[in-house]
Design a protein around this ligand. Structure first.
Ligand SMILES: Cc1ncc(COP(=O)(O)O)c(C=O)c1O
Length: 512
């Protein structure tokens, strides 16, 4: 039986919010107690109604504080049974406590308290997101690298252009214009070390502490981390069959400064945002003066249907920042990405870039520029697209025997597939989709197929069982905020057909 915390004790001497929004003050007070261990894991917190009455705050403030605690993983909310203190490891408690004692800034504490995604560093079923590194064209890459290395002289050792190696900026502009419908010239391209750096720069430059930012629900952890580190509040905007529910966003967070979206291939559901929604998003951004950060992290890999052009290419008001990365199309340790900016933002981004680290290695930028401009990149993408399509087919075939339990509604693109639980399994009580959340369409029906009594398959428990037999599967509920879903995110592009089949067979044993 969970211990229930009285709200009086929880917010003894609430104190002054000290210039920050009241909900954030409440959130910090509770978070402190979770981190110091004075609120033990599993403790049930008072309902928002009780907390509001006892602490003399509004229910909305209590609700926002709990929502933030949940988003950051300090509490777990179970529809019907309440809000509970989550497991926070002793090591993490100590790290955060020490960071606090060494008097980090408020921003520093926000950074220390958030974690982005930790991508796998080895290839194993079904570690999410790695490309087929065994199929990388090492011979061509080594030849280009050797050629550039031979050309090194004293002039090439000085600082480079902080906006990026000029030939690479040109090559990127030509590539995104022709293959992703992006409307730009090289002067709008800033080369960064990763899309994560582009998100971090966007959050630093476009958001003030307390500002709201739209985050897709389910969300990409890297984006959430960048927003929270900037002190912003994440407004969860549900994803349905048509992509991000713009009307919901306009209802709940009309004044948000930024909307982060993955419209080509939503992370992690895989949905493609329709043209109508893209236009609605742009219209809202134009009217409200918000920025749209479009993360096109794997838009190259579409296997069925026609490729979808970028939102940036539809934008006539200069509100879109288009983010791309070479992590998926080349390899993660290259650490190169780019952001295509509205012209009036370029100077600020280049300045911010200079203050952080200058620029990525000129040598590697020049090799990448040659790879693109000499046609190797286009050939590599074509080869990988057909390889990944074949691997996707193997995955779906191997998943056939599981179809009563796990279905894959959106597998038309990308390096991962998200399976949705649709049968009986270890259940845990979760909140129903929140009021006003869109849950229409076949995709969403699959999502909540087994959610007949407010319960969903416990995907965390399944992921933990899978880990014990050597499989790496990410529980979908990990990425969910308001609309609760249960499933598994499986990376497959980097795996051989044999590894995919063997992994699926092991997963089947875990599920039965
Ligand atoms: C949505 C999304 N954006 C970006 C990336 C890649 O990021 P980076 O360029 O920071 O390596 C990933 C990696 O998995 C991703 O899932």
């Amino acid at each position: 039986m969970a211990r229930t915390q009285r709200s009086g004790a929880l917010l003894d001497e609430l104190g002054e919010p000290d210039g920050i929004p009241l909900y954030r003050h409440v959130y910090r007070r509770i978070r402190e107690q979770v981190l110091t261990g004075s609120l033990a894991s599993g403790t049930r917190l008072p309902s928002t109604r009780t907390l509001a009455t006892d602490a003399g705050i509004s229910r909305k403030t209590a609700e926002e504080a709990y929502a933030q605690l949940e988003t950051e993983g300090y509490v777990v909310r179970r529809g019907g049974s309440g809000t509970f203190v989550a497991e926070v490891s002793t090591r993490r408690r100590r790290e955060i406590r020490l960071a606090g004692r060494r008097t980090l800034s408020a921003r520093g504490r926000a950074i220390a308290a958030t974690t982005a995604c930790v991508e796998p560093s080895e290839v194993r079923a079904f570690g999410a997101g790695l490309p087929a590194l065994d199929a990388f064209p090492f011979d061509v890459w080594q030849r280009l690298l050797a050629r550039r290395a031979r050309q090194l002289d004293a002039r090439s050792l000085v600082y480079g252009d902080p906006a990026g190696f000029p030939a690479l900026r040109e090559a990127i502009a030509a590539y995104v214009a022709s293959s992703r419908g992006v409307n730009c010239d090289a002067s709008q391209v800033v080369v960064v070390s990763s899309s994560q750096q582009a998100l971090d720069l966007s959050a630093r430059l476009l958001l003030d502490p307390g500002d709201e930012a739209w985050l897709e629900d389910p969300f990409y952890p890297g984006a959430r981390a960048a927003f929270l580190a900037a002190g912003a509040r994440a407004a969860a905007i549900p994803i349905d069959d048509d992509g991000i529910d713009v009307a919901h966003g306009v209802r709940v967070a009309p004044n948000a400064r930024v909307a982060y979206v993955t419209p080509s291939h939503q992370y992690p559901l895989g949905v493609t945002t329709t043209l109508e929604r893209r236009l609605a998003l742009l219209e809202w951004a134009r009217r409200s003066g918000a920025w749209v950060v479009e993360d096109d992290y794997d838009g190259e890999f579409r296997y069925d249907g026609r490729p979808v052009a970028s939102i940036q290419g539809l934008d006539r008001a200069g509100r879109v920042l288009y983010v791309g990365t070479f992590t998926k199309v080349l390899y993660p340790s290259l650490r190169l990405g780019y952001v295509i900016l509205p012209p009036d933002l370029v100077r600020a981004f280049v300045n911010a870039r200079t203050q952080i680290d200058g620029h990525p290695s000129t040598l590697m930028q020049s090799v990448t520029a040659d790879f693109l401009s000499e046609g190797h990149f286009a050939a590599h993408v074509r080869r990988m697209r057909s390889l990944y399509r074949a691997r996707r087919d193997v995955l779906l075939e191997a998943a056939e025997p599981l179809r009563d339990r796990l279905t894959f509604p959106t597998t038309h693109a990308g390096l991962r597939a998200t399976g949705i639980f649709s049968g009986p399994g270890p259940l845990r009580s979760l909140a129903k989709p929140s009021r006003g959340s869109a849950v229409s369409g076949a995709f969403m029906k699959a999502m909540i197929a087994n959610d007949v009594s407010g319960t969903l398959v416990d995907d965390h428990a399944i992921a933990a069982r899978a880990a014990r037999v050597g499989l790496e599967v990410a529980p979908l509920s990990r990425y969910c905020i308001d609309v609760k879903r249960s499933g598994l995110v499986l990376g497959y592009a980097g795996l051989s057909p044999a590894a995919i089949r063997a992994g699926m067979a092991t997963l089947a044993e875990v599920l039965w």
